[in-house]
Design a protein around this ligand. Structure first.
Ligand SMILES: Cc1cc2nc3c(=O)[nH]c(=O)nc-3n(C[C@H](O)[C@H](O)[C@H](O)COP(=O)(O)OP(=O)(O)OC[C@H]3O[C@@H](n4cnc5c(N)ncnc54)[C@H](O)[C@@H]3O)c2cc1C
Length: 311
């Protein structure tokens, strides 16, 4: 399994990093909202910027791959896991503050979206209500340009703070950021450390109302009681992936414990002990059928971590 392949010398170095906690040989299923995925040899939790910089430096020196694990709510981790080292920013990068009373908020990439939204509500700042019910961290939401018809991260992001692969820090202003549908382009291996968000003062009651109504719609339309990774496919231009999958008769179809949700056909839910290979089989089935019947190539919205589907 990939998770067991860490070079002993690298392991020793990672074990002795200042300002970094580490978990060894863990199963990523426990760290993803879909509850699927195999092992990773090491999950690093830097407690501050210096810790993160040292960790990234050591990994780069050894040419060992790594990735940022947000809250794992947009991921399909392979059953065989990944040889990359996972890095979580939850511990050291979850601060939030209002840096300008007219509506500028600065927050760390590890901050949970639900906490960020609560903070904005308390401050009477509007603009982020669209994230109500979207799980995940600010870093993941920025990377994925998360959103709904009601808004997206690109609408509120003023600047992002990055750690580049050569160890330098960079602040990129809005005009230099390349957001697209469910994507923020980043320099290779860059880590989002945090962001400045531009919001608008508003009454708390109005913000609360908007959050409430968005959550109600979400509850009605999405299978929120079962593990999932949200929408599996991007919506093709002018259409909805869920509508197409439903139209080819796949709603409710099950492989192993993975199921195309009977409530929303663009969600794959885990009904117990689903494996990544089951989820992958459903993905392929949906792509094939939709391509055959409509000539549309469904593109993944979720990110796949690891290489070996069937191991
Ligand atoms: C029930 C449910 C509903 C959802 N609804 C929506 C929705 O309405 N709209 C929507 O857009 N999404 C939705 N999602 C998907 C998901 O919640 C968002 O994409 C979320 O913002 C991902 O955040 P995360 O922290 O979990 O990222 P992860 O899933 O952990 O990571 C996603 C990607 O971002 C990268 N990444 C994470 N943090 C950083 C960082 N600091 N620096 C660089 N790269 C980073 C990861 O390496 C990975 O490539 C839903 C998911 C679920 C489970």
């Amino acid at each position: 399994m990939w998770g067991m392949t860490l070079d002993p010398q690298l392991k020793k170095q990672l074990q002795h990093l200042d300002g970094v906690e580490a978990d060894w040989d863990i199963i990523l299923a426990g760290h993803t909202s879909l509850r699927v995925g195999g092992p990773v040899s090491c999950l690093l939790r830097p407690l501050d910027l210096a810790g993160l910089q040292t960790a990234v430096q050591v990994l780069n020196q050894k040419h060992h791959p790594y990735f940022i694990l947000g809250r794992g709510t947009n991921l399909l981790v392979q059953d065989g896991g990944t040889k990359a080292v996972a890095i979580s920013l939850e511990k050291g990068f979850s601060q939030v503050e209002c840096i300008d009373p007219t509506g500028r908020v600065k927050a760390g990439a590890g901050l949970r979206l639900s906490r960020l939204l609560r903070f904005c509500l308390q401050q009477g700042l509007s603009g982020l209500e669209f994230i109500a019910g979207i799980p995940g961290s600010l870093g993941g939401a920025l990377r994925m340009n998360a959103g709904t018809h009601a808004g997206k991260m690109a609408d509120v992001c003023e600047a992002v703070y990055l750690l580049l692969s050569d160890g330098t820090l960079k602040k990129l202003m809005r005009t230099k950021l390349s957001f697209s549908y469910r994507r923020l382009e980043l320099p290779p291996a860059a880590v989002v450390l945090g962001a400045e968000l531009l919001l608008t003062p508003s009454s708390r009651e109005q913000i609360r109302q908007r959050i409430r109504s968005l959550l109600e719609v979400r509850k009605e339309k999405q299978p929120w009681q079962l593990p999932s990774a949200g929408s599996v496919f991007k919506n093709p231009p002018g259409d909805f992936a869920g509508r197409l999958i439903e139209a080819v008769g796949l709603k409710g179809v099950r492989i192993g414990d993975a199921q195309i949700s009977p409530k929303h056909a663009n969600f794959i839910v885990n009904r117990g002990r689903a494996r990544a290979s089951d989820v992958h089989a459903l993905i392929q089935l949906a792509q094939e059928k939709v391509s055959e019947e409509f000539g549309v190539q469904l593109e993944l919205e979720i990110e796949v971590v690891g290489n070996n589907y069937n191991s």
